[in-house]
Design a protein around this ligand. Structure first.
Ligand code: ATP
Length: 208
């Protein structure tokens, strides 16, 4: 089973890496693909270039076998829609189960995503949620959750797509926005991001 973790990764941080590791162990996943977004549809352009964001991702996952950087969104012109990414992953992976990894913040407003109802026809959705926090999804998303919700991680292995699993994970209050703000403020983001990523940011003078 393959996990798909999309984001701007501007820069990648320990919150991303911890979620990926916990989901990989719990589901379990054979592989987690980190897919950096080229042009995000829902937010402003990333600060660092795609090349820098990919290099930071590669440094971050270098010592973790089964974490992979997938550059397909960077090679595609136009806005980076997840449904197009899942379409192309589905073509190359046949009937293997795919799991789209989402934070709760992304899941509750999934109905704002391009061709959002098709996502569940291409992949499972695994929502990394906070233990004992009950965020309310938009009505259309709540209806989809009612129809597709699965409680047993094992069940996701039995079919290629179509289930939604809510999995509580350790929450680390780290965001790329905060890391960029620290650096701009001349403060260190050390221990919030992998050491090699911090060295790279300093070497390339990013986020100043
Ligand atoms: P920014 O602060 O620039 O918005 P970010 O830290 O949220 O960035 P993204 O690359 O945009 O990072 O996030 C990709 C995915 O990772 C999103 O689904 C987001 O919900 C999730 N995510 C980011 N940080 C965390 C964290 N600390 N814990 C859990 N999930 C996270």
């Amino acid at each position: 089973m393959i996990g798909i973790f999309g984001g701007t990764f501007d820069p990648v941080h320990s919150g991303h890496l911890r979620i990926a590791l916990e989901l990989m162990q719990e589901l379990p996943l054979n592989e987690v693909r980190f897919i950096p977004c080229h042009r995000p549809p829902h937010r402003s352009e990333p600060v660092a270039s795609p090349q820098h964001r990919v290099k930071m991702l590669r440094l971050a996952i270098a010592d973790q076998p089964s974490f992979v950087v997938d550059e397909r969104e960077l090679e595609r012109p136009g806005l980076s829609y997840m449904v197009d990414t899942l379409d192309s992953l589905r073509l190359s992976s046949g009937d293997k189960p795919l799991c789209l990894i989402l934070g709760m913040d992304a899941f509750i407003s999934l109905d704002t995503w391009h061709r959002w109802t098709q996502l569940i026809e291409l992949s499972h959705i695994v929502v990394a949620c906070r233990p004992e926090v009950d965020d309310k999804p938009a009505a259309a998303v709540a209806a989809l959750l009612d129809t597709c919700r699965e409680f047993d991680p094992q069940a996701l292995q039995q079919r290629p797509y179509g289930k939604i699993l809510m999995l509580p994970v350790t929450q680390l209050e780290i965001s790329a926005t905060r890391i960029r703000a620290l650096i701009k403020d001349n403060k260190s983001p050390r221990y919030l991001i992998p050491e090699d990523v911090w060295k790279y940011i300093k070497k390339e003078s990013l986020y100043l």
